[in-house]
Design a protein around this ligand. Structure first.
Ligand code: SF4
Length: 425
């Protein structure tokens, strides 16, 4: 039988799609394009109201496209809201991110009975990390390796703790063997991901540097990159250990969300703007080529123009290499949804101002790389133009007569086109 995956959401969801893919292919299923599929699996996201809307639209559209598809809905949306089983009769099977791995036997059960199945289990506080691991990462040059799940934080705008449960982690030994399997399948770069990655090892005597060491252990793995991090988890001791790990990529994506202490408090974030700035200083002192990137929410409930100007000033001060800007999106079920909301026009106008500033800083950064000799892993390319990233995740474009995909090599930066650095071999 042919199976097609429609994956919505984050890197963790993409990893879990790979995990389900391998579980199914080990049972004789074939992964196919949508047009050839018998079974369609929607791996859903619920991070914003917009994500929720997309899940419903996607399920209805796919079933309308081919009513004979066996349609499976899984992931965070159904985990957080099992009543989607009633709301979406188009879905023949509804699982959650806690029961993903029961997919093979649940499909068998469905084909035997042809009755709709709802199988979503609530996360429990004592839950251990569950997973069967991956050996490859289809259609990617870099492999995402999930090492942690869940979050104990409860930021006031976030529903994820509801859909992902308490923080729990893989053991370093499990990370080591999975990295070895990926290396054996030709991967040279691994990206460690989690729901709250910097909380890796919470409740055990391990921490994130142990996972990086484990992922770095196979010789063929040349680079270990980190997914999104929380600032207040990054202790001085952790930074000290990071700096002793040669394969660790010097790119730190550390969620800021706001540069104003009053707004950070309302968000239930556990640090101040000056503590965040100190962390940036420490990282730039320890890693000469550190690239600092971040996420910021514009227009959070109660954010005044003065508060927002503090965030703008903060971004000017830190000069992030890249900023992902999100206009605040109200998410039912969160504390922030109960707060007085700003007008969409205000949110979007602030997001536009912040994005413009961040883009200016980024263009200056890309131009400042001219003349440097940098190591790049090229990932994709066509018509002789290849694209890849340096260790600190600076995008680079190269014109070459050779197929550069999957190759790590040094180039000289000759300029930038505002989106990426241009290079020559
Ligand atoms: S740290 Fe905050 S924003 Fe991140 S997943 Fe946890 S609750 Fe959500």
């Amino acid at each position: 039988m042919n199976v097609y995956f429609q994956t919505l959401g984050c890197k963790v969801n993409q990893y879990e799609t790979q995990e389900m893919t391998e579980a199914l292919t080990n049972c004789g299923y074939t992964i196919s394009e949508l047009s050839d599929a018998d079974i369609v699996i929607v791996n859903s996201c619920t991070v914003t109201a917009e994500s929720d809307r997309k899940v419903r639209q996607c399920v209805r559209h796919l079933k309308k496209l081919r009513p004979d598809y066996v349609l499976v809905l899984t992931g965070c949306a159904s985990q957080a809201d099992p009543s989607l089983f009633d709301e979406l009769p188009e879905a023949d099977i509804v699982l959650g991110n806690n029961t993903n791995l029961l997919l093979p036997e649940t499909l068998e059960e469905f084909f035997a009975s042809r009755k709709r199945i709802l199988r979503v289990e609530k996360h429990t506080s004592a839950a251990e990390y569950k997973g069967c691991g991956i050996t490859k990462f289809n259609e990617h040059t870099r492999a995402f390796l999930k090492i942690q799940d869940g979050c104990n934080r409860y930021c006031s705008y976030c529903i994820i703790p509801e859909s992902r449960g308490r923080s729990r982690s893989k053991t370093p030994q499990e990370v080591r063997s999975e990295a070895a399997a990926l290396a054996a399948n030709g991967f040279s770069e691994i990206v460690l991901v989690g729901i709250n990655l910097s909380d890796y090892g919470a409740g055990t005597d391990c921490s994130l540097p142990d996972a990086i060491e484990a992922a770095s252990s196979p010789d063929c793995i040349k680079r270990v990159r980190l997914g999104s991090l929380e600032p207040d988890h990054l202790t001085d001791e952790m930074l000290e250990r990071f700096s002793a790990l040669p394969k660790l990529c010097e790119q730190f994506h550390i969620s800021l969300q706001s540069g104003c202490d009053k707004t950070l408090k309302a968000m239930n974030r556990h640090y101040t703007a000056s503590e965040y700035a100190d962390l940036c200083d420490k990282l730039r002192r320890k890693f000469t080529d550190a690239s600092l990137t971040t996420d910021i929410i514009a227009g959070f409930p109660g954010e005044s123009e003065e508060d927002f100007l503090q965030t703008l000033e903060f971004v000017k001060k830190i000069r992030f290499e890249k900023v992902h800007v999100f206009p605040y999106s109200k998410r039912e079920g969160t504390r922030a949804a109960l707060m007085p909301q700003l007008l969409n026009a205000v949110k979007n106008e602030r997001a536009a101002r912040l994005s413009a500033l961040a883009e200016d800083i980024r263009r200056d950064y890309l131009a400042s790389q001219t003349g440097r000799r940098l190591e790049v892993l090229f990932e994709r390319g066509c018509n002789g133009v290849f694209e890849g990233y340096t260790k600190n995740y600076t995008p680079v474009k190269l014109v070459s007569g050779e197929d550069m995909r999957g190759i790590i090599t040094y180039v000289t930066i000759t300029g930038s086109d505002g989106e990426a650095c241009l290079a020559k071999l």
